[in-house]
Design a protein around this ligand. Structure first.
Ligand SMILES: [Zn+2]
Ligand SMILES: [Zn+2]
Length: 51
């Protein structure tokens, strides 16, 4: 089971509708909460770019 590289939370991909997200910039596997679906990047990269 993958774990989020930002918050460390387990991503329960076995659950319906739950999947892991991969940042297109850094390639980190992150959970839904730490992923920006619009930009397709993790929040770390998103905040870095937005600044
Ligand atoms: Zn997370
Ligand atoms: Zn990233």
């Amino acid at each position: 089971m993958p774990a989020c590289k930002i918050c460390g939370k387990r991503i329960e991909v076995a659950k319906t509708g739950v999947r892991s997200y991969i940042c297109r910039i850094c390639g980190r596997v992150v959970c839904r909460d730490d992923y920006n679906l619009t930009r397709r990047v993790c929040v770390k990269c998103y905040k870095g770019k937005a600044r």
